[in-house]
Design a protein around this ligand. Structure first.
Ligand code: MSP
Length: 526
């Protein structure tokens, strides 16, 4: 078991049949913010992401494009999935591709272990399969086809006909794990979050589990079953294993012991795989289940899950090219309650960018820094004991906002945490309007008050840079540089979040510099 100071968080690994859209980007930024937050709390945080490259869907896409599946995967990883991490400023610690040798070897080892322990047997599979989901479907889960597919049974997610499979497969004895899984959910009530997803999964497992087909005979693009070359491993079964194959299971047990178990951050559509099949696989191998499975909601367009296949996909770079990566990260994590669905609209994004980022935070930072430059030659002034109730109120807000944000992030309530941090932005803006430092600057008699106000505001910016750096690493780095806070306090990423709300931390006498615009005005077209 890893130490309490370790925090291993993993995103699902992404299918390489197509390029990323903002729904995929959403999973990435949420995981990245949680990893950065924990890292900045002094934990040994480890963020894993990667790509899911086997299976029928990718094989078919490759064939349709006239290349081999490996060539297709290589191209998509290089041209689309690795660049996504740059576009969104993701600080991942590893990137696993399921076509890598380290994954293939460990998957085969895992399969052998389960086979030897009697958890895998050969049987007949007859049923439906959706290639889009890469999932076996029960007939009760299917919908009636519309338009060109009228009269056919279709997958409710993809709206396309399912395929009928009849083949000899290897099965994993998932049904044997029903009691152990229910026990896990009972003894660890926060194992699956949010509550709505937990309830759905508990009810699903209570209805009883079927054994799971884990091999495909009529498919080539997959990891060979080690004892039977006529079969490849079912893509989900091997994909789930990435979380342990990337962290040393089967090859570097020492590293594995420091990392595992992981927090699994997933979209709600794939919560069942992670909260039912995955822990059962681990139990079968005598390994610990994940630390928790958190299911986030969907980004909706026109009320439906955004997807490329329904042509509603928006590329993350379409947004970052206009607004920047910080705004992307901020917007989706602030505007949507983490765990619920949320609708995306350009209008809402633009409105929040202007009101909250440009006019709220950006303008606050530039005003305070330019007043320190103008009235104190750029030297952070000494508040000199002239502190009153209004200044204390700002200090109280910083303290409280930090405590609330810490608690919210513990619960993965990312939007609540940001909202709480934003009370500092709002209060500071109100404080400047009330205190009118530009009026205080007109008389020598009020110079002490001017110093107190500008010191309070500058130290508030210091706290904001620290608290917001996991969410907006680029803007806060610029602010940290302009505050010249690194000189005495050290690197921004090294500032403990739990201490961020302490007041009067920015050293008096620090010489501040010019601030690059944090959130430049967007020229609207037409
Ligand atoms: N390859 C599997 C996961 C295997 S993990 C062992 C897969 N890949 S995916 O590329 O289809 O999806 C990856 C993630 O993107 C999932 O968490 C999914 O929920 C998320 N999203 C895809 N579309 C989304 C939205 N429209 N909104 C939010 N997240 C969405 O599933």
């Amino acid at each position: 078991m890893s130490s309490p100071s370790s925090f291993f968080i993993a995103t699902p690994i992404f299918y390489v049949n197509d390029v990323p859209h903002i729904g995929h980007g959403y999973t990435e930024i949420a995981a990245d913010v949680l990893a950065r937050w924990n890292r900045q709390n002094g934990k040994d945080a480890w963020l894993l992401t990667g790509t899911d490259e086997h299976g029928q869907k990718i094989q078919r896409t490759a064939v349709a494009n006239g290349v081999s599946p490996q060539e297709w995967a290589d191209k998509l990883v290089e041209d689309a999935w690795l660049p996504l991490l740059k576009t969104l400023d993701i600080a991942n610690d590893d990137f696993i591709r399921t076509t890598e040798e380290r994954h293939i070897t460990a998957v085969q080892k895992f399969l052998t272990r389960l086979y030897d322990k009697g958890f895998i047997y050969k049987g007949e599979y007859e049923g439906f399969y959706c290639v889009g989901c890469e999932e076996y479907k029960a007939s009760a889960d299917l919908a009636e086809g519309q338009a060109e597919f009228e009269g056919e049974k279709v997958c409710p997610i993809h709206g396309r006909p399912v395929e009928v499979l009849k083949e000899t497969n290897y099965f994993f004895t998932l049904s044997k794990f029903q009691d152990q899984l229910l026990e896990l959910y009972k003894t660890r009530p926060d194992f699956i979050q949010p509550e709505s997803v937990r309830n759905e999964i508990v009810a699903f497992v209570q209805r009883g589990l079927d054994d799971l087909s884990i091999s495909r005979a009529q498919l080539e693009w997959g990891i060979e079953i080690p004892w039977d070359a006529d079969h490849v491993t079912y893509v989900w079964f091997e994909a789930l294993l990435n979380y342990i194959t990337a962290t040393g299971w089967g090859s570097d047990e020492e590293t594995f012991a420091t990392r595992w178990p992981a927090v699994q951050l997933v979209g709600k559509d794939i919560a069942r795989f992670h909260a039912v099949i995955w822990p059962a696989m681990l139990m079968a191998a005598d390994l610990e289940p994940p630390a928790r499975v958190f299911a986030h909601g969907w980004l909706l367009v026109g009320g439906e899950k955004m997807s490329k296949s329904k042509l509603t996909g928006i590329a993350p770079s379409d947004i970052t090219e206009v607004f920047g990566s910080d705004a992307f990260r901020y917007y989706f994590l602030r505007a949507i309650t983490f765990g619920s669905d949320g609708s995306f609209s350009w209008e809402d994004l633009a409105a929040r960018y202007e009101a909250e980022l440009a006019n709220g935070f950006g303008n606050l930072a530039s005003r305070v820094l330019s007043m320190i430059a103008r009235y104190f030659d750029g030297v952070v002034p000494d508040p000199n004991g002239e502190l009153g109730d209004a200044d204390q109120a700002i200090r109280d807000t910083m303290h409280k906002a930090t405590a609330v944000a810490m608690d919210a992030m513990e619960r993965f309530a990312i939007n609540e945490a940001i909202q709480s941090i934003w009370t500092i932005v709002d209060e500071l803006n109100g404080y400047l309007t009330e205190q009118e430092p530009w009026v205080l600057a007109k008389s020598d008699e009020t110079r002490g008050r001017l110093a107190a106000v500008l010191y309070t505001a500058a130290d508030g910016l210091r706290a904001l840079a620290v608290l917001l750096s996991p969410v907006m690493p680029a803007a806060t780095a610029k602010l940290w540089t302009a505050l010249n806070a690194g000189e005495k306090l050290g690197a921004l990423e090294g500032q403990l979040l739990s201490e961020a709300g302490k007041s009067d931390v920015l050293p008096v006498g620090t010489v501040v510099g010019a601030l690059e615009p944090l959130f430049p005005r967007i020229e609207s077209e037409g």
